[in-house]
Every structure is written in C-alpha cells, then in structure tokens.
Design a protein around this ligand. Structure first.
Ligand SMILES: Nc1ncnc2c1ncn2[C@@H]1O[C@H](COP(=O)(O)OP(=O)(O)OP(=O)(O)O)[C@@H](O)[C@H]1O
Length: 300
C-alpha cells in the first residue's frame, strides 16, 4: 500500500493529544482531518510533500494576523507524513455551490463572496505572497458565529504559494520550478508560459466567481486546448461579449480584471468597488450568513 493510501485511513488515530474524528477533504497530495481534544476541534492536514507543507506553514504564519486564512496552530510529523494543525473551517465554496439546487449562488450571495475573495487576495498580495492555486474549493467559510450565524470567506491551501518579491521589491524565483502553464485553470498569460503573479491570482479568482455563479467552468476546462485558450483571451479582451448570460451583470468587475497587468500593482479596493457596482441595490460588504434549510447548508 502506498503512503498516500494510508493517509486516507487515519480516522481514530491519536496525534499530539488530538483524536482524528473524520476526514474533511483531500487533494492531490494532502488529506485533511477534523481533530478533537476535549472541547477543542481543529483541522489537521497530512501530506507526503515536505517542502509544500513547510511553505504552507510559513505562509499561514505570515498571514496569521491578516485573518484571511485558517489560524496556524502547529507543524509536525507523524511517521512519513508532514502535518499542519490549523483552525477548523466549515464548508468550502465548491461544496456550497454543489449543494445549491441550480448549482449556482444567488447574485447577492455571489457578490459578497467575490468581495471577500478580493479581501483575501489583497491581504496576501500585501505580504508579497502569490497563491498560484486559486480555485473555488480553495476558499472556505469560517464556523458560524453566534448569535447571528455570520461567516467569513477564508483562503486555503498555500502549498504552491510563493513569496514573489523581497523587501526592495526585487522579484524572487521559486527553485521548485513548478509547471503552472500545464494547470488547466491557469490564467491566459500563465498558460503562455509567464510566471504567475498577483494579477493571475485575481484572474483565477474571476474563473472561480463565474463557476460559483452557475457557469459550468468544470465543463469548459474539458474543451480542446485552443478553444479554452481563446475563451480565456476573449474573457480578458471583451468581457461584455464573452461572459455567459447569467454573469453579464458582473461586467464592471470583469472589465477591470481584463485591464490588469504585471506592471501596475493590483488595486483590490477598486476591484471590490466594481463588484459593488455590479449589483448596486445590494451591499457587497455586508456579512454572509450560514444557516440550515431541510438539513442542507444555506448561505445568504
Ligand atoms: N482548515 C480547514 N478546515 C476545514 N476543511 C478544510 C481545511 N483545510 C482544508 N479543508 C478541506 O480539505 C480540502 C483539501 O484541502 P487542501 O486544498 O488544503 O488540500 P490539497 O491536498 O492541497 O488540495 P488540492 O490538491 O486540491 O489543491 C479542502 O477543499 C477543504 O474541503
């Protein structure tokens, strides 16, 4: 049995005083468990990729006080596995999308989510950190607060992240040489071979917003490579013509995304303003609320 198969079978195990109570999710190299110690419940991420875990732990520490990523608790080992203990979040946004009846979030919810995604990106870009793996499942909601069940959007999974510049603003290479141009959901420039920069996080977030809004981005990614590239290029060039009908209301935001480049710093506040302009009658900066309806989560 490979070590990855073992990673999937750790429920019940005791580690660092915590008992792994259930598996929460898994990705290409990692498995995340809920872990409990008396009344304290956290998330523990296990991976065989030591370097990715080290980088993720340092990103979470760097962002500790920004409050846009899970709070970091510890880093450690368990046999061949590298572990991060962190704040337990609730549903990731792809699960929320999948649980909605029409696989699409309503406009007022969508703009609030988009607004908070920009807040997450702003906080990490301010620290010269680029995420490079932005997708809907890498955003998750906090545990609902009492008494109003308010939740916030936080950003997950910093295994591919990179500090792209030093204190003087000089660009820093990543010795890992990861093949981002092969990543299906990479931005147009990155597919062409450019290094992923903050604006590419925003562009990938714009794909995640389309997906959350009901557009079948998963299907789009299955298109022949040339078609997918054309679509990504046209979405930047003429968003008003390229956006699917149900997402045309967000043209003000997508127009600004289309103007981003690697020379001018990303203006996250202006992106938030454009999200607000897309649906002026609703407040994009108001709290999200997570409740249950017929046993299903309901995010408004
Ligand atoms: N702190 C957390 N609290 C609750 N659930 C979490 C937490 N961290 C991760 N998860 C869940 O586990 C899933 C996988 O986590 P994560 O994306 O960090 O792992 P990964 O192996 O790096 O994934 P991928 O290969 O898809 O990028 C997430 O989509 C989410 O559902």
């Amino acid at each position: 049995m490979s070590s990855y198969d073992n990673l999937m079978n750790l429920t019940g195990t005791h580690i660092r005083g915590y008992q792994l109570s259930r598996m929460l999710g898994h990705g290409s190299y990692g498995v995340v468990y809920e872990a409990t110690c008396n009344s304290d419940t956290i998330a523990m991420k296990f991976s065989v990729q030591e370097e990715d875990v080290r980088i993720e732990a340092s990103a979470l520490q760097l962002l500790y006080y920004s409050d846009i990523s899970p709070r970091f608790h510890f880093r450690g080992n368990y046999g061949p596995f590298h572990i991060i203990g962190m704040e337990l979040l609730s549903y990731d946004l792809e699960s929320i999308r999948d649980m909605t009846p029409w696989k699409s979030l309503k406009r007022p919810t969508l703009i609030r989510i988009a607004f908070q995604m920009m807040k997450c990106l702003q906080a990490l870009h301010e620290k010269q950190l680029v995420h490079r793996d932005i997708k809907l499942s890498n955003f998750a909601l906090t545990q609902p607060k009492t008494p109003g069940n308010q939740v916030a959007v936080k950003i997950l999974d910093f295994g591919l992240s990179h500090v792209y510049a030093d204190e003087n603003g000089d660009l820093k290479d990543d010795p890992r040489n990861l093949a981002f141009s092969k990543m299906k959901y990479a931005s147009y420039d990155v597919c062409l071979g450019c290094d992923p920069m903050p604006k590419d996080d925003v562009i990938q977030a714009s794909y995640a917003i389309l997906y959350a809004g009901g557009f079948d981005f998963r299907q789009k990614l299955k298109s022949p490579e040339d078609d997918l590239m054309n679509w990504k290029r046209e979405l930047i060039r003429i968003p008003g013509d390229t956006l699917p009908l149900m997402m045309k209301f967000m043209t003000p935001f997508f127009e600004l995304v289309g103007e981003l480049n690697d020379i001018c710093p990303v203006n996250h506040s202006l992106l938030q303003q454009r999200i607000q302009d897309s649906l002026p009658e609703m407040n994009a900066s108001s709290d999200l609320v997570l409740t249950q309806e017929d046993g299903q989560p309901l995010l408004i």
